[in-house]
Design a protein around this ligand. Structure first.
Ligand SMILES: Cc1cc2nc3c(=O)[nH]c(=O)nc-3n(C[C@H](O)[C@H](O)[C@H](O)COP(=O)(O)OP(=O)(O)OC[C@H]3O[C@@H](n4cnc5c(N)ncnc54)[C@H](O)[C@@H]3O)c2cc1C
Length: 509
């Protein structure tokens, strides 16, 4: 922290300072603005304006809508049983969730956008991730705001832009908080713009909405234990919010939970693209397998793992699928799969939505780029990707034999997806573990107050969204975006409701 005594000059000031312009930051800024017509709000984003929006902008835009407080509580309690959410937090969260739909509709209306049930890019009305925990009663439906992609983000961005009292500052990173070293009360922040440090006075409060640490491999290794993992979302999510909160005296939680709740997904990553592509979720043909370090298969590849956010049930426990434990991995496929399936998902991820990388529908461009290896025989393909030819050929033969029998003894793949890898040329693409959302951060309460090591709120400090998310372990689709709204609203409303510290003589600095 920077102590008030170290501040020689305030370069700017506001009532409520919101850091990070994703959904949580947008919701916090809107709420601070609307809850007090006298409140000035400054919204900082470290990325340039064209790259704002965080993970929110490139997510699947799926929103969980619930109509039953008790069923939702019971479902979430069961999912978080291995690391329980405090009951008082769960209770208020469930009530706010059940009241959330009209708020989302209002944001869509204000932006002139259409609110719909479903997600606009899949036929499903709702994904019920864990029926055994009570998903069917807890989840009324999923919803989104059009267009696809980015509809929810675009609507909230438009809501922010309509409000003149919300000033926005891009290319501006939060680097520290100005705090009383004894009471921890927060008076403002230190930010960096074009390498120049500036002190910003926040007369009522500071809200951190700086997202996760998906794009910080060191933190993935130290805090989560993954040796390799790459973001599917914003490259701006490098975890400094967590470091700043540590320095501010916050207690931390949820740094290590199953798959960071959002799961560890199969992705592809190439030079010149710091973030990962997400592998296709909907297949037209199934003449492909995944192999791990020993060139053998390791999972039922065509099971819809996305429905449980890449968690599988082992001995009664929902744990991460083994992808991150069996590296290096390759997807091996034949010419039929190459011709009939674009290998990546285009409706979400930074590369496709923001960078607008247009992966070719028949993957020919990516073969020409050298991202996909190709050979006339499996043995030759193995040599090209540095694998043992005999081992890879044996795996493909075992799989093709299973296809002939319509019975996958090894992993129980569905018979309809047992299509042989038979049409040359054969192809291979490396798979990397890819992260949707991290979720770790400061422990907070349902009012989005950041808690210190004694579980007391740090005065005037708030946190919202996936930074310090309340979710831990199994996770229901659509919960992160709605949590960003609920926690962002609470943070904005509570910060705006505080008195101006600079008018209190004892605190003047
Ligand atoms: C591919 C993908 C699909 C997903 N699908 C869904 C879905 O369908 N439904 C769902 O509920 N959730 C989904 N999620 C998760 C969801 O998108 C996130 O949990 C949510 O968007 C987090 O919102 P946020 O505002 O907390 O963070 P973000 O939206 O990530 O925003 C954080 C912002 O903070 C900025 N920032 C970082 N550091 C600083 C700093 N020091 N100073 C200033 N600014 C900073 C970043 O640049 C970024 O703009 C998905 C995520 C991904 C990646």
């Amino acid at each position: 922290m920077a102590s008030p005594g170290s501040v020689r000059e305030w370069h700017d000031e506001t009532d409520v300072l919101v850091c990070g312009f994703g959904l949580a930051g947008a919701a916090a800024a809107i709420e601070a603005h609307d809850s007090d017509p006298g409140a000035g709000v400054l919204l900082l984003e470290k990325m340039p304006e064209c790259h704002a929006g965080g993970n929110t902008r490139v997510s699947g835009q799926s929103l969980l809508i619930s109509k039953d407080v008790e069923a939702l509580k019971s479902y979430q309690r069961a999912m978080s049983a291995t690391n329980p959410v405090p009951e008082d937090m769960l209770d208020v969260w469930a009530r706010r969730m059940v009241e959330l739909e009209p708020y989302i509709e209002a944001r869509a209306r204000e932006a002139g956008a259409r609110y719909i049930h479903g997600v606009g890019w899949s036929e499903r009305a709702a994904v019920l991730e864990y029926p055994e925990f009570g998903a069917a009663s807890a989840v009324a439906h999923t919803a989104t705001i059009l267009p696809v992609p980015s509809g929810v983000w675009l609507a909230f961005k438009a809501n922010v832009e309509k409000r003149e009292r919300i000033r926005r500052s891009f290319d501006t990173a939060l680097v520290d908080l100005v705090q009383d070293p004894d009471t921890l009360e927060v008076f403002g922040a230190v930010v960096s713009r074009n390498g120049i440090r500036r002190n910003i006075k926040a007369r009522r409060g500071v809200v951190l909405c700086t997202g996760g640490f998906e794009n910080n491999l060191g933190m993935q290794r130290d805090y989560f234990g993954l040796s390799e993992a790459y973001p599917l979302g914003s490259p701006g999510n490098t975890g400094e919010g967590i470091k700043i909160l540590q320095k501010a005296g916050a207690d931390l939680w949820h740094l290590r939970n199953q798959g960071q709740s959002g799961g560890i997904w199969p992705g592809f990553r190439f030079p010149g693209h710091p973030t990962a592509f997400l592998r296709q979720l909907f297949w037209q043909s199934f003449s492909w397998v995944d192999v791990g370090a020993d060139s053998r298969r390791f999972i039922d590849e065509t099971h819809e793992w996305q429905i449980t956010h890449y968690k599988q049930k082992v001995q009664g426990q929902w744990i991460d699928t083994p992808h991150h434990r069996v590296m290096p991995m390759h997807m091996i496929f034949d010419e039929t799969t190459r011709r009939h399936n674009c290998l990546v998902t285009k409706v979400m991820t930074w590369n496709t939505v923001v960078e607008k990388y247009d992966w070719s529908d028949d993957n020919a461009t990516e073969i020409a780029s050298g991202w996909i290896a190709r050979a006339d025989t499996i043995e030759e393909l193995a040599r090209r990707i540095g694998r043992d030819p005999a081992a890879l050929a044996a795996t493909v033969k075992r799989y093709n034999d299973a296809c002939a029998r319509k019975m996958d003894d090894e992993f129980g793949r569905a018979p309809a997806t047992l299509q042989p890898i038979a049409a040359p040329p054969f192809h291979a693409i490396e798979i990397v573990p890819a992260i949707v959302c991290t979720g770790g951060g400061a422990r907070r309460n349902i009012e989005s107050e950041v808690l210190d090591h004694s579980l007391r709120p740090i005065p005037r400090l708030y946190e919202a969204g996936e930074l310090g998310s309340m979710f831990s372990n199994p996770y229901q689709n659509g919960s992160y975006l709605t949590e960003a709204m609920i926690s962002g609203r609470a943070a904005g409303r509570n910060a705006a409701g505080l008195p101006d510290w600079s008018r209190e003589p004892r605190r003047a600095i």
